[in-house]
Design a protein around this ligand. Structure first.
Ligand SMILES: Nc1nc2c(ncn2[C@@H]2O[C@H](COP(=O)(O)OP(=O)(O)O)[C@@H](O)[C@H]2O)c(=O)[nH]1
Ligand SMILES: [Mg+2]
Length: 484
């Protein structure tokens, strides 16, 4: 039955029509790659216009030439079979050329029909049909459905399923909550596991920040950020400060965003043996971040790690970052005290000042001040700070020998006395919520945008933007109207 409707070329169909004396024929053509409601309705409408509906079907070769090498999805034989199964279709005939003009000349239909907003002038064969008194008709196509847009929808769907899950499962939430509880009870391996999780999984970051924002902020925990050029001595300074904090009965957590940072656990100033017992008491916790291919922002996983250390009960959280990029400034901007470590040769001083670091710094350390030029550098820096309203301290140190570090420690503690740790925590968690939820929102927006672009309306608007008829913000407004 189906094969009765199928003709491999115009000639055999012509012979069939002649033998059956069928003259009231309606002709249409297309690729019909994935059949959808638009095709079915318009073929039914076309059939109403005459006695016998012929569909000219683009061969595989011709579809490739028209739509690109990744089309058709279905072979000509299969496409033909599906069409033949439709009640409205009386014959399917394959053609190899890009246009059906030659086929139309062979078949001489009474009527030629196209779907969609085709103009007669642009349809090959239409003029020929009219030359012997036939008619050309353009039928309306159901808006928004086409094989091309269906295909992109399918692609988008499968792409979405590969996106990292935005929300952590109920079971996952329980596990993370349990780890938080264990870490708070002093379990260091649970704490390590948590930090690994937030480094690699944005959805865990979001869950924990939602959890922590509901907790009472710890008022005894303070965050001290250390930044400065690589090699200035940040790690050496931090190392040396751990001992005095332990001596003062504080628990110290260190987070180094620079994975090359080396820590000995504060053994330089503190007594080596006492330090070992400190770490037995879990008084000191040291962790490098960003070393294992963090997914998403290093600054986000650092910010949440800081808050986890606070929740777990560390009193002083020391964060070492390298460089002065925006993300470092983001991390530091919510620290209770920011220490900038320079060396006398820091020629990039002015550049660092310009980058916004100056506004958040509380204390400048000129380390390696055993080197020539230290005094001159200190004078220059102090001059630079003179006209600033915020009070800043400048201390010269030799971190390797410990010179000046007692003063640094005292100044940090004094600055912390006046800081608003709780407010900073809240600000950090709020920013974290903004950033992490934005990642999911932007992934969703991107998908919507791609879906809009393949609709006739979206395509038209993009074209108008490309040709300068509308601005980018107008394009955006149209998109939001569509998304609503
Ligand atoms: N001469 C001298 N060397 C120092 C001083 N402080 C640190 N160093 C050395 O400088 C190098 C870099 O120090 P490090 O703390 O790793 O720098 P970071 O990259 O800023 O963390 C190390 O070899 C330290 O031993 C100092 O005050 N004087
Ligand atoms: Mg370092």
């Amino acid at each position: 039955m189906i094969d009765d409707k199928f003709f491999s070329d115009g000639k055999s169909l012509r012979q069939f029509l002649d033998s059956k004396k069928i003259s009231n024929t309606v002709f249409t053509n297309g690729c019909f790659d994935i059949l959808h409601i638009g095709h079915v309705s318009y073929l039914e409408e076309a059939k109403e216009l005459g006695e016998f509906l012929i569909v000219g079907l683009n061969s595989d070769q011709s579809v490739k030439a028209l739509k690109g090498s990744d089309r058709p999805f279905n072979s000509e034989r299969n496409r033909a079979k599906v069409l033949c199964a439709l009640e409205s279709v009386d014959a399917v005939v394959i053609f190899n050329e890009e246009t059906p003009e030659k086929l139309v000349q062979e078949l001489r239909p009474q009527m030629m029909v196209k779907g969609g907003d085709y103009k007669k002038e642009t349809v090959a064969g239409a003029e020929f049909v009219e030359s012997y008194g036939g008619k050309f008709i353009s039928l309306s196509f159901i808006d928004g459905v086409s094989t091309t847009s269906l295909a992109s929808k399918l692609v988008n769907r499968s792409f979405l399923s590969f996106l990292p899950n935005n929300e952590i499962s109920k079971e996952g939430q329980k596990k993370v909550n349990k780890l938080l509880e264990q870490a708070r009870a002093g379990c260091i391996s649970s704490l390590s596991r948590l930090l690994t999780l937030v480094e690699s999984q944005p959805e865990v970051r979001l869950h924990i920040s939602n959890f922590l924002i509901k907790q009472k902020p710890s008022l005894k925990s303070f965050v001290v950020g250390f930044t400065g050029p690589p090699g200035a001595g940040k790690s050496t300074v931090i190392n040396a400060l751990i001992g005095p904090w332990c001596d003062a009965g504080r628990r110290v957590g260190v987070l180094a965003v620079d994975p090359s940072s080396h820590f000995t656990g504060g053994a330089i100033l503190g007594d080596r043996i006492r330090m070992q017992s400190h770490s037995d008491n879990q008084r000191v916790f040291i962790r490098s971040l960003g070393s294992r291919g963090a997914l998403g922002g290093i600054s986000e996983s650092t910010a949440i790690s800081v808050e986890i250390l606070k929740y777990v009960g560390f009193d002083r959280i020391l964060v070492e970052t390298v460089g002065v990029g925006q993300s470092e400034i983001d991390i530091l901007s919510f620290s209770d005290c920011v220490v900038v470590v320079f060396v006398p040769e820091s020629g990039d001083l002015i550049q660092m000042m310009k980058s916004g670091l100056n506004e958040i710094a509380d204390l400048f350390v000129i380390n390696k001040s055993d080197r020539p030029g230290a005094e001159l550098f200190k004078n220059r820096l102090e001059e630079h700070l003179l006209d600033e309203t915020k009070k800043r301290f400048v201390v010269s140190t030799v971190a390797e020998s410990g010179k000046g570090l007692g003063e640094v420690w005292n100044l940090i503690e004094e600055i912390l006395l006046h800081s608003k740790s709780g407010q900073n925590s809240l600000a950090r968690l709020t920013l974290l919520g903004q950033e992490t939820s934005f990642q999911s929102v932007s992934a969703t927006l991107h998908q919507r945008w791609k879906q809009w672009m393949v609709t006739p309306e979206g395509g038209k608007k993009l074209h108008s933007y490309q040709t300068g008829e509308i601005s980018l913000s107008e394009l955006t407004d149209f998109f939001f109207q569509y998304s609503n």
